[in-house]
Design a protein around this ligand. Structure first.
Ligand SMILES: O=C[C@H](O)COP(=O)(O)O
Length: 251
């Protein structure tokens, strides 16, 4: 059975000044010398997308964005659209991160509209899902994530350009992670949903990333779990050495 090529994605969140772009040059230089057995993506804040896309040109590192507006253009002060991101050199866009859902009240319908906008701009989309700690304690994680998947993936999605990121909210930035068995259970449930909706051929090739306190010392174990096809890394993606060590899980 074919398996999706892993994707190691770094989400810099609201971190990174122009000066820190030396980190990407450092990482890009390492990867050029020793290509990893995975695709590599870094999603800096909007302000660095264009400059990092330039810095990463000709290397194996792709540059993406962390969010976009659902419309292509118009009177939306302070927002950035998917075509603008593509124009800046972004080759992926993350939507529906739990921090956007919490900080900006984004609903599944909002996330689906953004995901459709990303694909309409010709880019692949990473749709994030994940339960809160209270939902996990109540044993509702599969129900919550299934609902998010159903509502956040638009009807006309191109599955070749779809990546799902499972990020339990309680594991983000906390240093806590689910056990390998728990990761296997929820990723297996996500795979079942994708196969049920898109069929075995397409559903089995959609990458499902794990995110939440992925670090150099736990990456190998987490990335070897069934149906984990890569990582969405926050804090540890800010340092080239740490992110490179995580990518080492596939070397
Ligand atoms: O998008 C990335 C995640 O929210 C994970 O963040 P973290 O690696 O800092 O826990």
């Amino acid at each position: 059975m074919r398996a999706p090529k892993p994707l190691a994605a770094g989400n810099w969140k609201m971190n990174g000044l122009k000066a820190s772009s030396s980190e990407i040059a450092d990482l890009a230089a390492r990867l050029k010398a020793a290509p990893a057995g995975c695709d590599v993506l870094i999603c800096p804040p909007f302000t660095l997308v264009a400059s990092l896309a330039d810095a990463a040109a000709g290397t194996s590192v792709a540059i993406g964005a962390q969010d976009c507006h659902a419309k292509a253009s118009g009177a939306h002060t302070g927002d950035v659209s998917a075509p603008m991101l593509a124009d800046s050199g972004a080759s992926f866009v993350i939507v529906g991160h739990s921090e956007r859902r919490a900080d900006h009240g984004e609903t599944d319908a909002d996330v689906a509209a953004k995901a459709a906008a990303v694909q309409a701009a010709g880019l692949p989309v990473i749709i994030c899902v994940g339960e809160t700690e209270a939902e996990r304690v109540a044993g509702r994680e599969v129900e919550i994530v299934s609902g998010q998947l159903a509502g956040s993936i638009p009807a006309d999605i191109d599955t070749d350009r779809l990546v799902i990121a499972y990020e339990p909210v309680w594991a983000i930035g906390t240093g806590r992670t689910p056990s390998a068995a728990d990761v296997e259970a929820i990723h297996g449930a996500i795979r079942e949903k994708l196969v049920a909706r898109f069929g075995a051929a397409a559903g089995s090739m959609i990458r499902i990333l794990y995110g939440g306190s992925v670090k150099p010392d736990n990456a190998k174990e987490l990335m070897s779990v069934a149906n984990v096809n890569g990582a969405l890394v926050g804090g540890a993606s800010l340092k080239a050495a740490d992110f490179d060590a995580i990518i080492g899980a596939w070397r």
